[in-house]
Ligand binder design. Structure first.
Ligand code: HEC
Length: 228
């Protein structure tokens, strides 16, 4: 009876079709919203050192030439690895997808580049990749990364968004003083893998860390290594 009636009433028929499509659409879309908000399995929040490196990445505007989003096309997955999924960015505030690829995508660069590779490349890109137009970033050996602000950032996202950081990361100057050696130890580990460049030796880098400062290059490499 219902179908007989509705098929003879174009207006109600149109309304009925819209309703059916809308409901079906919701059934398809809503579960994806729930999934998108969840980190992919095994994803860990950025360490304080990695966050400091991410700040360097933002400050020196790597995003102007590099994206961090691999699209689901064969040409991209052949070159960079698995395409990116939303849950991988759960701890990215903000995410750094970018929209310009003067250089290659960096979302999985940690899979195929190493600490020493980055060290030599950031010091003098054309020495590693002949003909490279990427600028050198030698100031990163002199400048100290702002690990204290990175720590404050970790505290903020922990409290505001329940990012799963351990009990060591909490508000207050004292908590930071207590946590700082952990950050310096991570930095030392990265620096120990480095070789030194013709301008700055490995010993100088280690000395800076032992004096309580992390050179930007060390934080940046920790961040790049983490992009997998
Ligand atoms: C003016 C554009 C430009 C800027 C700004 C720039 N890059 Fe690049 N980058 C390039 C180009 C072009 C390449 C490819 C040639 C090469 O490997 O040197 C590249 C390559 C790279 C690679 C090697 C990737 C691979 O898969 O081989 C890394 C890592 C990288 N850049 C990191 C950075 C970081 C970190 C910054 C910010 C501090 C940065 N780049 C800023 C243009 C740029």
């Amino acid at each position: 009876m219902f179908f007989r009636w509705i098929e003879r009433n174009p207006f109600f028929m149109a309304a009925w079709i819209s309703l059916v499509i809308a409901v079906a659409g919701l059934i398809e879309i809503v579960p994806d919203f729930a999934k998108a908000a969840r980190p992919v399995e095994g994803l860990k929040p950025y360490t304080v050192l990695e966050l400091a490196g991410k700040e360097v990445y933002k400050k020196d505007n790597c995003i102007a030439c590099h994206s961090q989003l691999i699209r689901p096309f064969k040409s991209e997955t052949d070159r960079y690895g698995d395409f990116s999924v939303s849950g991988e960015y759960a701890y990215d505030r903000p995410f750094l997808w970018g929209s310009k690829r003067t250089g290659p995508d960096l979302h999985r660069v940690g899979r195929y580049r190493t600490t020493v590779w980055h060290e030599a490349h950031m010091w003098n890109p054309p020495a590693v990749v002949p003909g490279s137009i990427m600028p050198a970033y030698r100031h990163m050996w002199k400048n100290a990364a702002d690990i204290e602000t990175a720590y404050a950032e970790a505290v903020t996202v922990k409290n505001a968004f329940h990012t799963p950081y351990g009990p060591g990361i909490r508000k207050g100057k004292e908590a930071w003083e207590k946590y700082k050696p952990t950050v310096l130890a991570q930095a030392r580990k990265v620096a120990e893998e480095m070789k030194g460049t013709e301008g700055v030796s490995k010993e100088e880098v280690l000395k800076m860390i032992d004096s309580g400062k992390v050179p930007e290059i060390v934080a940046l490499i920790a961040y790049l290594n983490r992009l997998k």
